[in-house]
Ligand binder design. Sequence first.
Ligand SMILES: [Zn+2]
Length: 161
Amino acid sequence: MDTQATSEDQFVQRSVDLARENVDAGGKPFACLLVRHGKVVIEATNQVAQTGDVTAHAEIQALRLAAEQGLSDLGEFDIYITAHPCPMCLGALYYAAPRAVIYAATREEEAEHYQDGNQYMTLETFYDEFPKAPAARNLPMRQGSSADPAASFRHYAQINN
Ligand SMILES: [Zn+2]
């Protein structure tokens, strides 16, 4: 095993250990590390239970901390997470565009012990909602009526081009 594999394994393990600590603190079992050039720059844990903010997943918390520290370009960062991300966090990770995302548990390994969801989705069904047509999703969703729904985009293009 080379040095890089060893440090990657350590960061994966740290994401698991930090998540375990968050459980002991009354939180949910997820953590996220932002690592640049082999050094941990940001550590965050899921804060949904502690704050009541449904978006306070570990990945989102880490990205917010990065922004607070002025880190807007994450292209040199590797992001380590306790489990394969939920769709919200996967979307956020696409926006963040890190060098790589490394997760510890698969969603199947997570689901053996942990459940998440509501009347619209579960851990098992959440990703299946996305390819559906809006009207076919469990979340009630429809396009509203507007005389000019693209007005803000046209305005943006006029000001910025
Ligand atoms: Zn998430």
